[in-house]
Design a protein around this ligand. Structure first.
Ligand SMILES: [Mg+2]
Length: 208
């Protein structure tokens, strides 16, 4: 892999733990919904989760916090996002891996999380990255093969010069590999599909 110039990371589930996302989608929004509608929190959690599932993760709305605040009539999402800021955390090996790769490669983020939710989650690590590519905010797409081509063109490298790593089999692994990027699937849960990485230190081993 001597020609690699750029290493691209997914954000949520790869660098950033699900704590922030869990807090905003499954605690804060249901709590606001319960307050607005005068119902129990447990019931609100159920209703909100059902509404999310009706949309599903193949549609852009799933990721769009402004859409959901409009849909549930909860006002502006800004205060809710800020209230969850303290929940942001990174996986234990992240800082060390980013520090050691930063000198040798251009590091970027390719994320399906829209900018308004991505920025707060990257607060503590954004200085490691040359560019941040939130697919939905930049090209109004999920992480499709076309999005990965856009990333290569923006970075002025060929797909063979990029490594991408992420925890979603479709959006991180299959779709980036389809355009010729060196893709790695991260499976933090262990019991790996063949070829998956258990954490990011294993990525370092593959690069050297
Ligand atoms: Mg992810």
């Amino acid at each position: 892999m001597s020609q690699i110039e750029v290493i691209s990371f997914d954000a949520e589930g790869t660098l950033v733990t699900p704590d922030f996302s869990q807090a905003i989608w499954h605690e804060t929004i249901p709590a606001l919904y319960a307050g607005e509608n005068g119902i129990e929190l447990a019931k609100a959690k159920k209703i909100v989760a059902q509404e999310y599932n009706k949309v599903g993760d193949q549609r852009l709305e799933w990721y769009d916090i402004k859409y959901w605040f409009r849909y549930f009539q909860l006002g502006s999402p800004e205060p809710a996002i800020q209230s969850c800021q303290a929940k942001v955390s990174y996986y234990p090996e992240v800082m060390e891996v980013l520090s050691s790769l930063k000198g040798q490669y251009k590091l970027i983020i390719a994320s399906g999380t829209p900018s308004e939710l991505l920025q707060p989650q990257l607060q503590g690590i954004k200085n490691y990255f040359l560019r941040i590519f939130p697919s939905i905010s930049l090209v109004n797409q999920l992480k499709t093969p076309e999005f990965y081509t856009y990333v290569c063109e923006s970075m002025k490298v060929s797909p063979a010069q990029i490594v991408h790593v992420g925890d979603n089999w479709q959006f991180d692994f299959l779709n980036s590999r389809q355009v010729g990027i060196h893709a790695f699937h991260l499976n933090r849960g262990g019991n790996s599909q063949q070829g998956s990485l258990a954490d990011l230190t294993e990525l370092k081993r593959h690069l050297s």
